[in-house]
Design a protein around this ligand. Structure first.
Ligand code: HEC
Length: 136
């Protein structure tokens, strides 16, 4: 009897732990955002970052990307804005303001050590999933 109760409590504790860990699934992306994007886009992504007043172009509210795209978040387009395939002038298209943090040259063959490529891709995906998660 007691072991059943303890076992049930164990399962419950594990479920709570799982629930709270999945609730913070966006954390890595959020960290990337706070470090590399918030200076301009603001910590709430709404455009009021510290650097905003020094920019000659308006900084867009990144929580309304979906709203401005018929309610659909253009995931791949945003990925391409970060990995540099489509340049945003204000990001410094050729020399991104975030350096090479989100840049990885795909090798010609998928052989050898690709861990740095996957690491960069993972960073970009986490970041864009985070942006998707904060759409209004
Ligand atoms: C130096 C300031 C600055 C930094 C840092 C910056 N951005 Fe931007 N971003 C801008 C400006 C300004 C625009 C608008 C450019 C335009 O209208 O041509 C923009 C546009 C965008 C857009 C297009 C938004 C839309 O509504 O179409 C996305 C997406 C974006 N930024 C994501 C990011 C991400 C992700 C990061 C961090 C990795 C980042 N930005 C870092 C200044 C910045």
């Amino acid at each position: 009897m007691l072991t059943t109760i303890l076992r049930t409590m164990g399962v419950a504790a594990a479920l709570v732990a799982f629930a709270s860990s999945s609730a913070s699934a966006d954390e890595p992306g959020k960290r990337e955002f706070m470090t590399y994007c918030a200076s301009c886009h603001g910590t709430d992504a709404m455009g009021g970052g510290q650097v905003a007043e020094f920019m000659s172009v308006a900084i867009p509210d990144l929580t309304t990307i979906a709203q401005r795209n018929d309610g659909k978040f253009p995931f791949l387009e945003v990925v391409h804005m970060v990995d540099g395939r489509s340049g945003v002038m204000a990001h410094g298209s050729e020399m991104p303001v975030w350096g090479d943090r989100f840049t990885a040259d795909l090798p010609d063959t998928m052989e050898g050590d690709l861990s740095s490529v996957w690491k960069v891709r993972g960073r970009i995906l986490s970041l864009v999933y985070y942006l998707e998660s904060i759409q209004q």
